[in-house]
Design a protein around this ligand. Structure first.
Ligand code: ME8
Length: 518
């Protein structure tokens, strides 16, 4: 296999259990990984947990636990949720693992060696929830509270090491200007650019160990630990065995760097679009091809909050998956909002989409098609005759889907892919209504025409299921089994094109993929 494809999610904090926001990014990354695996690319998909820093340290203390103990407990919730949601990650990195910590020390050592880091003093504000240094003007504008959590900012005053971020900013601006895809969506890219053009200060990259003992020790100074964001961002390369440090992981997967796409939420864009590429440039490593910042979910029209009772926790996700299915949950998240925009989760909207797109759309199409092939052609896909005018709309919708799917996925436009999948299912349901195969079946002279229609339906619904597969892996497989179209794994270049379904293939009636919900 050639053509590596590397996709990452943020590594999640272990101060608390996972919620819909974590699930969203990870499901989107999983869809990319599954799609490109099916297209024959050599995929690496990384996720993991961010376990150092003041946020975890304080959360553990509040619970009367050691940070490591808390991390060991919470990480299991993430692992379990990813299993439940059919996440196909190839690796899971924890920042407390020796393979990571040793490489973070080596990264910092190299930065020190290159004179990219110097000892200074940090005097200013810190957002402990976001683990973020906040400038005086931003702090003042937000009344000295966190723009994200609303909690009070904390005043820090201590000696600390600084990274020469300001030195790299002009080069980064040039890179962003010359590579429109580097930061996506465009609106976010423009935000980053305009903020960068206002100038950036050097970045504080250490904490005094006596104030925060929970971190990776600075290689050049035992009294300091590495700033949690430098530690965390490094995971994207430490997990690949970069840089070499003389252990068994050295360069193990180095071929995957630079990442094709790094998915994140909009609140952590600055870290990924500014700190991360500048650190990479300072290390003389390539920057990722794309950093894609998605929007935030509210729930039932309001900001998610445990006290409001609208928090979509792992338990609530499990309930939704129990009521519908894991695949329906995955589908809903990617179908409802354009990736990049904010979205609102609502049970009523989920029910309507489910009934509209899935029960009445795809599910109904598959059931009708299989039933008719069983009734009129002894359960074998008929030989099609010449397509005519009636087939045009379905053929057009199929062409639209197959010709644009890869690009849509490449650009993380999941909703566009799903729009096209639904457009094909709808066109084919309309085609059945207008050509009325159940009437033609009564007339032996229409046998060839009937065969053309049912072949067209079977092939259209097969394509619908093939392109739904990265989003709804288990359900699409069940549907394809009914069509006799599972067989040995074949690349998308073959299965994703019109005409791959061989006449004579036996179909089987099966359980409804999407029973209607009232
Ligand atoms: O930020 N809707 O971890 P984290 C959508 N450890 N996404 C949401 C969301 C919501 N309501 N709430 C949170 C961290 N998120 C760092 C990352 S990476 C080197 C280090 C998203 O657990 C948020 O935007 O706080 C972020 O992308 C992700 O959840 C992880 O958040």
């Amino acid at each position: 296999m050639t053509d590596p494809y590397y996709v990452t999610t943020p590594i999640y904090y272990v101060n608390d259990v996972p919620h819909i926001g974590h699930a969203y990014t990870t499901i989107a990354a999983d869809v990319l990984a599954r799609f490109f695996r099916s297209a024959g690319r050599d995929v690496r998909f990384l996720t993991g947990t961010d376990e150092h820093g003041v946020k975890i340290f304080k959360a553990a203390a509040e619970k009367g636990k050691q940070p490591r103990e808390l991390a060991d407990e919470v990480v299991e919730h993430f692992r379990r949720l990813w299993k439940e949601l059919e996440i196909s990650n190839d690796d899971f990195i924890r920042t407390t693992e020796p393979r990571h910590e040793a490489r973070v020390r080596e990264i910092v050592r190299r930065l020190v060696e290159r004179d990219e880091i110097y000892l200074g003093k940090y005097e200013g504000w810190y957002d402990e929830g976001q683990e973020e240094f906040v400038t005086e003007s931003t702090a003042r504008a937000n009344d000295y509270k966190s723009a994200i959590s609303g909690r009070d900012l904390v005043r820090y005053s201590e000696p600390s090491y600084h990274f020469r971020l300001g030195k790299w900013a002009p080069k980064l601006i040039e890179h962003i200007e010359n590579n429109p895809r580097f930061i996506q969506p465009d609106a976010r890219r423009n935000e980053v650019l305009s903020k960068l053009r206002q100038g950036v200060e050097d970045l504080c990259i250490s904490r005094q160990k006596q104030k925060l003992p929970w971190g990776v020790q600075m290689p050049n100074d035992p009294d300091h630990v590495v700033y949690v964001w430098v530690d965390a961002l490094s995971n994207y390369i430490t997990a690949l065995g970069i840089p070499d440090i003389g252990d068994e992981h050295d360069g193990e997967h180095a071929k995957y760097w630079p990442a094709d796409v790094q998915l994140i939420g909009k609140d952590i864009l600055w870290f990924h679009a500014v700190y991360w590429p500048c650190l990479l440039m300072a290390l003389d490593l390539p920057v990722p091809n794309c950093v894609f910042a998605h929007g935030w979910w509210t729930s039932e029209g309001r900001k998610m909050s445990k006290s409001l009772g609208n928090f979509i926790s792992r338990e609530v996700i499990a309930e939704i998956c129990g009521d519908y299915s894991v695949d329906v949950f995955r589908y809903y998240l990617l179908r409802t909002v354009a990736f990049g925009a904010d979205g609102d989760f609502s049970h009523e909207d989920l029910r309507q989409r489910y009934n509209g797109d899935l029960a009445n759309g795809v599910g109904n199409l598959l059931a009708r098609t299989v039933n008719m092939i069983v009734s009129y052609f002894d359960g074998k896909v008929p030989e099609p005759g010449e397509p005519g005018v009636d087939e045009r709309e379905v053929a057009g919708a199929a062409e639209d889907l197959t010709s644009s799917a890869e690009q849509a996925i490449e650009l993380c436009r999941f909703h566009l892919l799903l729009d096209k999948v639904n457009a094909l299912a709808d066109a084919t349901n309309r085609y059945i209504d207008s050509t009325q195969p159940f009437k033609l079946a009564k007339d032996p002279e229409q046998r060839e025409r009937l065969g053309t229609i049912l072949y067209t339906c079977a092939e259209a619904v097969r394509l619908v299921l093939v392109y739904l597969q990265p989003v709804m892996p288990a359900t699409a497989r069940r549907g394809l089994e009914q069509l006799g179209a599972t067989g040995p794994d074949r690349p998308l270049a073959e299965t994703g094109a019109w005409g791959a379904l061989a006449p004579g293939t036996p179909v089987h009636k099966g359980e409804s993929l999407f029973p209607r919900k009232t």
